[in-house]
Ligand binder design. Structure first.
Ligand SMILES: *[C@@H]1O[C@H](CO)[C@@H](O)[C@H](O)[C@H]1NC(C)=O
Ligand SMILES: *[C@@H]1O[C@H](CO)[C@@H](O)[C@H](O)[C@H]1NC(C)=O
Ligand SMILES: *[C@@H]1O[C@H](CO)[C@@H](O)[C@H](O)[C@H]1NC(C)=O
Length: 246
């Protein structure tokens, strides 16, 4: 499934150029990269003073640096490690790059002075967000938001730039992909779908009670017409009485 989605994303060319940045200086950091995109990981502050260090992917050595010189880089063809600022840039990410990595820093006495791990998760970017709306019998509206491709999509909604209020929502919450809006809700509705490496939104002008608005307007006009005939009967109550009598 993931492979199929990945292929689709590659064919659409969606993830090319998606670049994410991550601070990997804390032990246990969790980084995210886009499938086919680039991740820039800050592995350390400044590496130049460190005698020797190595970055491994689950026991496999990826980078080995000794005295500020890169001795080996297994990802050489698609990555750039810059010792002077400690950043590691990996291009053209694939699913297999998603793994646990660890950094070992060896001090000048030859002993390990630091060890920290980093989790890299690869996600397919969100694409093709669609909105579909359906009017319900009481003038409410059900709106569903769907997306393709993205891993772990998270949904959020706004109306004219504000989050939806409980008064506007009949069911669903601000985080679900299907919501039901109450009557009398109108404005620019935006559904945003995001995961850790991408965000796409779709907007639609909505008005949940167009039919009811027309009805009220018509009723008001009708009432006005009615009242205009009423005053004469009020002004001349006898006439109306006579009329009724007739
Ligand atoms: C790490 O490697 C071990 C053995 O080499 C393997 O059993 C394990 O599944 C690997 N873990 C990951 C996350 O790839
Ligand atoms: C680190 O150095 C590389 C190569 O000079 C540069 O592209 C990158 O922007 C630098 N990153 C930081 C965080 O300074
Ligand atoms: C990216 O990686 C895939 C395999 O994962 C490879 O087929 C493709 O040629 C690579 N693209 C670039 C621009 O290096």
């Amino acid at each position: 499934m993931k492979a199929v989605v990945g292929l689709l994303v590659m064919l659409l060319g969606v993830s090319h150029g998606v670049e994410s940045h991550c601070d990997g200086r804390q032990d246990g950091a969790h980084c995210y990269g886009a499938l086919g995109g680039t991740v820039v990981i800050q592995l350390m502050d400044r590496a130049s003073e460190i005698q020797r260090y190595q970055w491994q992917k689950n026991k496999t050595l990826i980078i080995l640096v000794k005295k500020n010189k890169i001795v080996s880089n297994l990802m050489e063809k698609r990555s750039v490690f810059t010792p002077s600022n400690g950043t590691f840039r990996i291009n053209n990410l694939s699913w297999s790059d998603g793994a646990e990595y660890n950094l070992r820093i060896i001090g000048s006495d030859g002993k390990e002075s630091k060890y920290r791990t980093l989790q890299l998760t690869i996600q397919a970017p969100v694409s093709s967000v669609r909105l579909a709306s359906e009017c319900l019998s009481q003038g409410e509206m059900r709106v569903s938001c769907s997306s393709e491709g993205g891993d772990s999509p998270q949904y959020s909604w706004t109306l004219d730039g504000h989050t939806l209020t409980d008064d506007q929502l009949l069911s669903g919450s601000k985080e679900t992909n299907i919501i039901t809006l109450n009557q009398d809700v109108s404005g620019l509705l935006v559904c945003s779908v995001r995961n850790h490496i991408s965000s796409v939104s779709k907007e639609e002008k909505i008005s949940t009670c167009a039919g009811i608005v027309i009805y009220f307007t018509w009723k008001k006009k009708y009432k006005k017409a009615e009242t205009s005939t009423v005053p004469p009967t009020m002004v001349h109550p006898e006439d109306s009485f006579a009329m009724v009598e007739l």
